[in-house]
Design a protein around this ligand. Structure first.
Ligand SMILES: Cc1cc2nc3c(=O)[nH]c(=O)nc-3n(C[C@H](O)[C@H](O)[C@H](O)COP(=O)(O)O)c2cc1C
Length: 214
């Protein structure tokens, strides 16, 4: 069992604002909890293979879980099952999740495996766990300054709920293509959001080190 599954989805990889914010948090948290284990999966550096026809076909039948068509899906679902917390660092791409993260969703939301479907609708089959989602965006999509829709948050919230994960905290890094001052203000707002969450309250990285790294 790992303490964290850390998924990152930005093409900027380790230079990504969202990645660096999330990574700095994990480092700080691990100082508090030495031995904390983190399984990192960079969905941009190591892209998942495109969905195959065999996967699509296996999904719609009562195919055994050990069928080769499910190998990638099983690996990703196993990773989730072996993690007490989930941390996702993702940019917003065209108002929603980037394609790298969408592909992960397409492998992990699997009827009969991670959710069931019946008259009551779709019911999640995985254990709920504290989940933190760091979303970076070039512009603003939340609050009175919003100039664009946010199809990312509800979509991701609903996707996670479908598999049973409802204990979600969204943290927004907005306006990240703005001036240095705007970026600093965005980081400060994100820190305030974090300070209201159970896991990261009181573990915000020291201001100077953190700002230098984000
Ligand atoms: C293909 C693409 C689409 C984007 N779409 C949006 C968008 O819809 N809204 C927005 O605010 N920013 C958009 N951006 C800007 C990124 O969200 C922004 O640069 C963000 O800070 C990148 O995050 P990262 O530094 O964590 O990689 C887009 C960037 C790319 C490359």
């Amino acid at each position: 069992m790992n303490d964290f599954l850390f998924l990152s989805a930005s093409p900027n990889q380790q230079a990504s604002h969202a990645y660096r914010f999330a990574d700095a948090l994990l480092k700080k948290l691990s100082e508090r909890h030495p031995g904390m284990s983190v399984n990192k999966r960079d969905l941009a550096a190591n892209p998942l293979p495109p969905l195959s026809a065999a996967y699509g076909s296996a999904l719609t039948k009562r195919t055994p879980f050990d069928d080769p068509a499910f190998r990638q899906s099983e690996e990703l679902i196993d990773e989730l099952e072996r993690s007490r917390h989930l941390l996702i660092a993702t940019p917003m791409h065209n108002f929603t999740v980037p394609a790298t993260l969408k592909l992960w969703i397409d492998y992990v939301l699997r009827i009969g495996r991670s959710f069931s479907a019946g008259p009551e609708g779709k019911v999640g089959l995985l254990a709920d766990r504290p989940t933190y989602i760091i979303v970076s965006s070039g512009g603003i999509h939340q609050g009175p300054q919003a100039r664009q829709p946010d199809f990312l948050s509800d979509y991701l919230r609903h996707s996670l709920k479908t598999i049973g994960i409802t204990n979600n905290h969204f943290i927004y890094l907005q306006g990240m293509v703005g001036s240095e001052e705007a970026v600093a203000a965005a980081i400060s707002t994100a820190r305030q959001q974090l300070s209201n969450t159970p896991l990261f309250a009181g573990v915000e990285p020291e201001s100077t080190a953190f700002e230098a790294s984000v």
